[in-house]
Design a protein around this ligand. Structure first.
Ligand SMILES: [Zn+2]
Length: 372
């Protein structure tokens, strides 16, 4: 039984977004510390090295560069925590996608809450603003959420880098952001405690709603701008929706079945090549089916997904002709103890999830056939 009656909103103290913002990294980091460990994977270092090195040097911040292994696992967190300890760092900066950023948050926590900076180079998830990390096993399955005392001290998004990335990243981020409103409204209606530790405030619910509206209005334009690798007002708006609005919305309103089913999907090796938001989008469809969403709502979701290029069928995320046991295994993982699936206002079983995945898939196929 949920007994929390306090409302709570948590957020990073500073959010910076704009084309070329990475060149301002040094001046912002200098307000937080003087000795930074910066982690990014090898390919990301290839295009941020100059801006990071020059701006930190200009601001007088000592820099230790670290190549991130690519997965946020306990082993990788321990390894980089040792690097930060050795360097005597008072700031840890994660640059790249959600996993690099989550690792930086976990390292900051392990080092006794030194300052944490998240600098996403893609708008592919809402991880950059939150005070939690998703820890994966060595072979890439969801392991657990890890919760920290604070949100990152600074979130800095360079939209020139966002636009320069393959468009699949911002599209995937739209999948993660689209789920936010559907999950938020469930948690608010059922009076669930959000990750932030309390009930949602009106502000966080409004941000979740604005996230959804922004995607509906500018999602398609943003996808096209990203395909052309140009920064436009639509790309700026959707970057903010995917990163800030979705991040504050989910953390202070709550997650539900869409993300629980995403986590369930990660037990299948077939989907490991897919991005977070792509898998979440399948979870959103299954959640809508579970809720008994009406036809109009399903069509809004399907129409939007097809317009921006998000997967809606199981085959599109690599789950071709799944058998019942595969779907039940996903359902069991999605309903494991502590999963956000249990924020739904009714009891959800593995069987119900297997059925909802199948029904959603068949409906999406029929919709695609009808709409060419
Ligand atoms: Zn997510």
């Amino acid at each position: 039984m949920n007994t929390v009656t306090t409302r709570m909103l948590i957020s990073p103290p500073k959010y910076v977004q704009g084309a070329g913002a990475m060149r301002q990294l040094g001046e912002h980091v200098a307000r937080l510390g003087e000795n930074a460990v910066v982690l990014a994977d090898k390919s990301v270092w290839g295009f941020v090295d100059e801006a990071v090195t020059e701006s930190l040097a200009a601001a007088g911040v000592k820099l230790t560069k670290e190549v991130f292994g690519g997965l946020c696992t306990q082993k990788e967190i321990d390894r980089i925590t040792a690097v930060a300890a050795e360097a005597g760092a008072d700031v840890v900066v994660g640059i790249g996608g959600g996993t690099a950023i989550d690792t930086a948050k976990a390292v900051g926590h392990a080092r006794g809450d030194i300052a944490v900076v998240s600098a996403p180079t893609v708008a592919s998830t809402d991880a950059p603003t939150s005070a939690l990390a998703v820890i994966y096993t060595e072979d890439g399955a969801f392991e657990r959420y890890s919760f920290f005392q604070r949100n990152p001290n600074l979130v800095l998004v360079d939209t020139a880098l966002v636009a320069g990335a393959p468009s699949r990243f911002i599209v995937s981020g739209m999948g993660d952001a689209l789920a936010t409103w559907y999950e938020a409204r469930v948690c608010v209606a059922a009076q669930r405690t959000a990750m932030a530790g309390g009930l949602a405030t009106e502000a966080s619910l409004a941000l979740a709603r604005l996230c959804w509206e922004t995607l509906m209005e500018y999602g398609h334009q943003a996808r096209i701008a990203a395909e052309q690798h140009v920064v436009t007002p639509a790309l700026e708006k959707v970057t903010e929706a995917n990163t800030l609005l979705s991040g504050l919305g989910f953390e202070s309103c709550g997650l539900a079945a869409a993300h629980g089913i995403h986590n369930g999907l990660t037990v299948s090796h077939k989907v490991h090549g897919m991005m977070h938001g792509e898998k979440v989008n399948i979870g959103t469809l299954a959640q809508l089916v579970l809720e008994g969403a009406d036809t109009e709502e399903l069509h809004t979701y399907l129409e939007f997904s097809r317009t921006v290029g998000l997967p809606t069928t199981l085959a599109e995320i690599g789950l071709v002709d799944p058998d019942r046991e595969e779907l039940l295994a996903i359902g069991r993982a999605a309903t494991a103890e502590g999963e956000t699936t249990h924020n739904m206002p009714f009891t959800v079983t593995a069987e119900m999830i297997a059925d909802a995945l199948l029904a959603g898939d068949a409906y999406a196929q029929a919709f695609a056939k009808k709409h060419g």
